[in-house]
Design a protein around this ligand. Structure first.
Ligand SMILES: [Zn+2]
Length: 81
């Protein structure tokens, strides 16, 4: 891991703490359910087959390349207001 990767990771963590999604890795969680098991969804992401789906942690790990960002997927963050 390069210094830039570490910096990117740190900035990403800070953005997530603030609930921001400027880089497209997070999206508001409106209470979606996993398309595979109907558990609470934590991701809206493109699966390996190319389709998009809401997924819990387990199915995100099983059915995607575990990549987040614009065009790949978003981690759903609870709405705070
Ligand atoms: Zn699931």
């Amino acid at each position: 891991m390069t210094a830039k990767d570490k910096l990117d990771e740190l900035q990403q963590m800070m953005r997530e703490e603030q609930g921001l999604s400027a880089d497209g890795t997070t999206a508001p969680d409106y209470g979606y359910s996993c398309d595979y098991c109907k558990e609470k969804a934590h991701y809206d992401a493109q699966t390996i087959s190319g389709l998009w789906a809401f997924m819990c942690d387990q199915h995100f790990a099983e059915h995607t390349h575990k990549r987040l960002g614009w065009g790949f997927g978003q981690r759903l963050v609870p709405i705070t207001d």
